[in-house]
Ligand binder design. Structure first.
Ligand code: AMP
Length: 282
């Protein structure tokens, strides 16, 4: 596995890998867990070589968010990726990604509105901008993203269509189902912030979501099921609920009840200062 942090050597490394066939990209912010490694394993099915990027992107963090605290463990991550047969680790410096004078922003309307787009202003602009840059840098044939960040996946799919980031560079944006811990909690680099008591309480998030979905499938009023869900989270140890909403899986438009478009339940809630998100089909 080659580890590269500057653009010039990246270009020749990518050219050499692409001689062997399709190249898949798995963008990450590092602090890798089994969710990330599942994306890598899936990527290997789609391509001759897999490239993984690790970049803690400052543009997707708000002023009061956890940019400085975000876990950084490149040596450990690198060993994990090597063991998975990854060919290229692209770990750009902040200077290589955003050189002095950098001034371009990509903003995706519609699917960015609501949920994390409302709770974290500017977050999806930061995500879209860095992912577009990663596509242009690595020029992959396909790229894999987790359904754990469903709205992010919707934003990237929209951007890829709108900016013609499809073949020959990226002709597949591939979504991978959420990987969960034994108690149902979605794996996340941010789970490391939880102390043991908080970690135990966090399992009430997927449990309460499943219960709300069962109620809605059984004909319960969505508003009532979502209110009960909020109550369960607050009783279960969460301090605040940023949102608990059903939205269209593709449009990300709010759904007050069953409709033509498949619905998905989206929740963001905080235990202490740790913000956890999850989503499941209704
Ligand atoms: P992050 O490092 O958190 O930016 O995540 C990098 C990629 O891994 C994103 O596409 C995430 O959606 C995906 N990912 C993170 N956690 C999980 C998980 N538990 N299951 C599946 N994919 C995940």
């Amino acid at each position: 596995m080659q580890t590269i942090s500057q653009l010039v050597p990246l270009r020749s490394a990518v050219d050499a890998l692409k001689v062997d066939g399709p190249l898949a990209l798995v963008p990450t912010m590092g602090a890798l867990h089994d969710g990330h490694l599942t994306l890598v394993r899936e990527a290997r099915k789609h391509a001759a070589h897999v490239a993984v990027s690790i970049f803690v992107n400052p543009r997707q963090f708000g002023p009061n968010e956890d940019l400085d605290a975000y876990p950084r463990q490149l040596a450990r991550d690198s060993a994990l990726l090597q063991a998975e047969g990854v060919s290229l680790l692209w770990a750009p410096t902040a200077e290589a990604m955003y050189p002095a004078g950098y001034a371009t922003n990509i903003s995706v309307d519609g699917v960015s509105a609501g949920l994390c787009g409302a709770a974290r202003p500017g977050h999806f602009d930061g995500v879209a901008t860095v992912v577009c840059k990663l596509f242009n840098q690595v020029r992959p044939d396909c790229a894999l993203f987790g359904e754990k960040d469903w709205q992010q996946l919707a934003v990237i799919r929209r951007m890829a269509r709108d900016l013609d980031l499809t073949a020959p560079h990226v002709d597949g944006i591939i979504g991978v189902p959420t990987v969960r811990e034994a108690d149902g909690l979605a794996m996340s680099s941010r789970n490391a912030y939880l102390d043991p008591a908080q970690r135990a309480q966090a399992a009430c998030l997927p449990r309460a979501m499943q219960a709300a979905i069962a109620a809605m499938r059984g004909g319960a009023d969505y508003a009532a099921a979502l209110a009960a869900l909020r109550g369960e989270l607050l009783a279960g140890g969460f301090h605040t609920v940023d949102y608990a909403e059903v939205r269209g899986a593709d449009s990300i438009a709010l759904q007050a009840g069953p409709g033509a478009e498949a619905g998905r339940l989206f929740v963001a809630a905080r235990i202490g200062s740790t913000r956890l998100i999850d989503n499941l089909p209704v």
